[in-house]
Write a protein that binds this ligand. Structure first.
Ligand SMILES: *Cc1c(COP(=O)(O)O)cnc(C)c1O
Length: 424
């Protein structure tokens, strides 16, 4: 069968019921699974057989939904995590340890910035942040002998910079390490980073994938393309025997599934940040309409950005779908449009003007959230990014007076009317 279209995968991917089985993905609300003999169960603990034994590590509901997202991204294996934060931490920590180094785009989500710059630093993992717009020379100069991964966001939250995935993948591969891309904002409906050379994709499924503000969650999808054995000295966790599983070598035994199997067997076992089956079920409801919703989010984002750009009280608008945007060409290449429904803008009058404007909005609510059906907005400098210094804010492309507006699925004429009255 030729590869089916993405919309069909959104609706039917990941789960195919047998005769007489539930049409909808069943919620397997069980912590444990029963076996007839200890020998049967022992094989699971040795990773000799696949199956379920405890929902801290794996659950069938999650695996159906992870399989759908894996197919959407064109990956080889995937897993769900309890949050986007857990997804990015697991993706990095699966190949980094004390003494490792990460090269990361400086233009990333505030929570991820903090995770890498503060919390992982305490674990002895070092980072060099580089501008997503750095030259190839600057990018290559950021690598060290102990670099183990390159990280970036396809469209950064909230700066809306667009990553040149091909350029970052090329540099990562030239230094023998994988590129990890957080693809939360465009979703695979807008962009499939693996097709551009990315090795591992992460998601906060809390955003567009759920799309209704219902369930916090994350996902990691591995392309299966990175050759761990070719760089065996850099990735001993994948290329040498794991004593906690009777000497299994993941890259030898699991091939394209090695990265995800290791993350499940070690990190889920030890950290336990799994998504609940109930949340995976909600996530799947969102995924069923992802291909229908994303174009509408983009349409509304584009309309709002075009309106704001012409308004005299607006100093600057950032939306990669605008011709005036420095990322326009890159956005055209990677998504063919603005990529998402999130628009950032700066009002004349800085932070006080932003606060006054947001108070006046009637449809757009003030929320620490983006990417759901209801339009919402936020001043990152006073909320999500308040832990950053002014210098870090500038490096992350988020001036103090910036408003981030996530355009929902309402009628665009009503959204624009709401913004117009609030600006007036
Ligand atoms: C929200 C977000 C995260 C964190 O995800 P949570 O589900 O809130 O833990 C990570 N990356 C990006 C791009 C995000 O927008």
């Amino acid at each position: 069968m030729s590869e089916r279209k993405i919309g069909t995968t959104c609706v039917q991917g990941g789960y195919t019921p047998g005769n007489g089985e539930p049409r909808q993905i069943p919620i397997i609300q069980s912590t444990t699974f029963k076996y007839n003999t200890s020998e049967d169960m022992g094989k699971l603990f040795d990773l000799e057989a696949s199956g379920y034994f405890y929902t801290r590590l794996q659950n069938p509901t999650n695996d159906y939904v992870a399989a759908k997202i894996t197919e959407l991204e064109g990956g080889a294996a995937g897993m769900l995590t309890s949050s986007g934060q857990a997804a990015n931490f697991f993706a990095l920590f699966n190949i980094c340890e004390c003494g490792s180094h990460i090269v990361s785009s400086s233009s990333i989500y505030g929570g991820t910035f903090n995770l890498i710059a503060v919390t992982m630093k305490k674990m002895g993992i070092d980072v060099t942040f580089i501008s997503p717009d750095c030259s190839e020379e600057e990018l290559n100069a950021a690598f060290k002998d102990n670099t183990r991964a390159v990280f970036g966001e396809t469209i950064a939250n909230p700066a809306l910079t667009v990553l040149d995935i091909e350029k970052f993948a090329k540099a990562a591969h030239a230094h023998g390490v994988p590129l990890i891309v957080d693809n939360t904002f465009p979703t695979p409906v807008g962009c499939r980073p693996i097709e551009w050379g990315c090795d591992i994709v992460t998601h906060s499924t809390t955003k567009y994938m759920d799309g209704h503000g219902v369930a916090v969650g994350g996902a990691i999808i591995d392309s299966g393309n990175f050759d761990w054995m070719a760089h065996a000295d850099k990735f001993p966790g994948l290329t040498t025997p794991d004593d906690s599983y009777h000497g299994i070598t993941y890259a030898e035994k699991f091939g394209k599934g090695a990265f995800i199997t290791k993350a499940t067997a070690q990190l889920m076992r030890d950290f336990g940040s799994i998504q609940s089956p109930q949340n995976a079920f909600y996530l799947n409801l969102g995924l069923e309409s992802l291909h229908v919703r994303m174009p509408k989010h983009v349409e509304n984002g584009t309309a709002v950005a075009e309106f704001l750009e012409k308004h005299p009280k607006v100093k600057k608008v950032s939306y990669p779908g605008l011709k005036s945007n420095p990322y326009y060409e890159r956005a055209q290449k990677y998504f063919g449009h603005g990529g998402c429904g999130v628009v950032s803008f700066e009002l004349e009058g800085g932070r006080p003007a932003a606060e006054a404007f947001m108070k006046k909005l009637k449809l757009a609510a003030i929320e620490t959230h983006v990417a759901d059906a209801r339009t919402c907005c936020l001043n990152p400098a006073s909320s999500t990014h308040r832990q950053l210094t002014d210098e870090q804010l500038v490096a992350a492309g988020i001036p103090a007076g910036l408003v981030r507006m996530s355009c929902g699925l309402e009628d665009k004429a009503d959204l624009i009317a709401d913004i117009e009255q609030a600006l007036a």
